[in-house]
Design a protein around this ligand. Structure first.
Ligand code: ATP
Length: 365
């Protein structure tokens, strides 16, 4: 079992609040990713779970038992660090079994567990090698193996792939997803990479300034962000934001004026807003429609087209607004430099909304 509950968890360093009001239940077998910008407190929270940092406030329980005061080695929790920290003079097998040896585990049992973990991680043929004779990806697998042999109820990963190059990161990401499926163990994974978060997580915990900004399934955060901050963090390219003016707030639909001067009825509850209020319209790059299908249009000029083969990202300057918006187009769309294009907007595509920081934010789903 590996059910973790965090109630009112907080952490101070020298009187400064780093984490606050963390209420979270992580179910047995769940893959939860802590994500957020640098310094938001992801690692601190993970290290509190591991027992490597004292908890200033709140209660943390594993399978119903309070673990606040339990030292790391006595928690049924294993951690994979960003730096592999393998012992250079030991073989892979010795590195993997070292923790068990220190815990005075029987030799035959150590061998059984090391061989079993090596089999799962497909590194059996590397067991007699030294770390210097391994690639970065192989070292990372050994580091995971070292945790795997402990057979913990909860696995913690602290940015485990950040030292690897892009293609290896994708490969290891798939391996970690497979490992989770195979073990069905509780896993908590820290990253600042929202793609890793989106692809690995059953649930994402998005942290901001030491607090939870939103918890939910990846697509629920993508489609129904509770705030502009969440909307802007999740999704690549970043969600487009356009300033609009509220004209006709209503319970089901709210009329807004776009920078082009055209009106658009957005499918959001605008109660609480007043005519004349400034709002932010959030539009995902794939949510622009053909001008003839839109209820309103924006005029824009192409600044840069990034042709990625499978898609083209068009960066456009919208007339009447500052900055650029990005439109996602299929394949090798034919675009000419500085071409003027009409972007269509359909109010129904823009259906989730929130009032953010006193401003209304309409976010496209
Ligand atoms: N030992 C410490 N003493 C004082 N402040 C600390 C200590 N460790 C971390 N902090 C501060 O706590 C905040 C959260 O740090 P943390 O490492 O948890 O963030 P993070 O989200 O994991 O960031 P990153 O993605 O850059 O690793 C930061 O402002 C950091 O400077």
């Amino acid at each position: 079992m590996g059910r973790l509950t965090l109630e009112g968890i907080g952490k101070d360093y020298d009187g400064v609040e780093i984490s606050r009001d963390i209420d979270l239940t992580i179910n047995d077998g769940e893959f939860v990713v802590f994500v957020g910008p640098s310094g938001c407190g992801k690692s601190t929270l993970l290290r509190m779970v591991a027992g490597l940092e004292d908890i200033t406030r709140g209660e943390m329980c594993l399978d119903g038992e309070r673990i606040n005061e339990i030292p790391p080695q006595e928690r049924d929790i294993g951690m994979v660090f960003q730096s592999y920290a393998l012992y250079p003079h030991m073989t892979v097998a010795e590195n993997m079994g070292f923790g068990l040896k220190l815990a005075r585990t029987d030799k035959a049992e150590i061998r059984r567990r090391v061989e079993h973990a090596a089999d799962i991680l497909q590194i059996t043929r590397l067991l007699e090698r030294k770390p210097k004779d391994l690639s970065g990806g192989q070292r990372q697998r050994v580091a995971i193996g070292r945790t795997l042999v402990k057979e913990p109820a909860v696995f913690l990963f602290d940015e485990p792939l950040s030292n690897l190059d892009a293609s290896l990161r994708v490969e290891m990401r798939v391996q970690i997803a497979e490992l989770h499926k195979r073990l069905n163990a509780t896993m908590i994974y820290v990253t600042h990479d929202q793609v890793e978060a989106m692809t690995l997580a059953d649930r994402i915990v998005l942290l901001s300034s030491g607090r939870i900004a939103q918890v939910g399934a990846p697509l629920s955060l993508y489609h129904f962000p509770k705030s502009l901050e969440v909307a802007e963090f999740i999704g690549s390219p970043r969600i487009n934001t356009l300033p609009v003016t509220v004209v006709d707030p209503g319970p089901q639909r709210t009329g807004v004026r776009l920078p082009s001067g055209e009106m658009l009825a957005v499918a959001v509850d605008g109660r609480g807003l007043g005519a004349g209020d400034t709002a932010t319209l959030g539009i995902r790059a794939e949510d622009f429609v053909a001008p003839e299908q839109g209820e309103a249009r924006l005029m824009a000029r192409l600044m840069v087209a990034e042709k990625l083969g499978y898609e083209t990202l068009a960066h456009l300057q919208v007339e009447g607004a500052e900055g650029t918006v990005t439109q996602r187009l299929d394949g090798l769309a034919h675009l000419e430099e500085h071409q003027v294009v009409d972007l269509g907007l359909a109010g129904d595509e823009l259906s989730s909304n929130l009032v953010d920081g006193g401003q209304a934010a309409f976010l496209s789903d």
